[in-house]
Design a protein around this ligand. Sequence first.
Ligand code: BJW
Ligand code: ZN
Length: 238
Amino acid sequence: MHISAELRQLFARAKRVLVLTGAGVSAESGVPTFRGGGNTAVWKGMRFDVISSAEMVERDLPAVWEWFDYRRDFLNELTPNPAHFEIARWQERFAELTLVTQNIDGLHQQAGSREVIELHGNIWRARCTACGATYSMVQQQRPDACLECGEPLRPDVVLFGEMLPPGAFELAAARASVCELCFVVGTSALVYPAAGLPEIAKAAGAYVVEVNPERTALSSLCDEVLTGKAGEVLPLFQ
Ligand code: BJW
Ligand code: ZN
């Protein structure tokens, strides 16, 4: 793995930088990824795209809660890794750093990142299925039902076939279209619209860099591919 002189220079002088992260950035913290192995790919015989779906919320909300409660318990024991901490440091380094994540684990915020654009929601929040009121589950239990209207709660995450939180993608896309440097870290880049952000950045003239131990759907679009683990590659920019 080699970081080019061009990238080093750009990194030293860039003002607007966008980082898109996926499950791979949390892999070294112990969070299983969705694709390419890992033990959350199947839950009680169901593929994750079956249990993490809008249909399952309709059909069997208690099963969906069981799956997300299990994952919160699991995440409770985990901490951010050097990749999360390095990205958090970049806030101080660049005039405008935009961090966009597909992850729902909250590890970027735990590492000190502020104003994280969470495209797929947050596992530590519950949301009312009727009125949309939200409830934090950080160090507290969720209520049995919505305190505003009495209707059932669901995890405040974006499941397959659901819309992203209003405005989140639009803000990320606006930042992508003006960034000079775009890092794509630890995502298979298969899930849209998130995977469209590096394409927007590239079309607007940004230098696009991928950090991933494997090649992805996006590798051929990138100006530079840094093959390796996020927690090992990103600290090399220090
Ligand atoms: C490392 C590493 C290390 C390992 N260091 N790297 C066009 C065609 C067909 C369908 C669609 C389309 N456009 C949109 C859709 C529908 C769908 C979609 O994209 N489907 C595709 C699969 C084709 N998109 C949606 O449904 C989205 N909504 C939407 O588009 O709304 C409008 C709409 C509404 C109704 C109908 C149609 C459109 C919503 C997507 C929500 C995704 N939700 C999930 C689950 C969240 C809840 C949960 O956790 O259970 O989000 S899916 C799952 O995938 C999760 C992730 O955020 C997301 C992305 O995965 P990610 O992060 O890339 O992880 P992996 O595992 O795939 O990859 C890990 C990578 O890390 C690998 O590359 C490894 O090599 C690497 N790695 N160790 C660095 N140490
Ligand atoms: Zn409600």
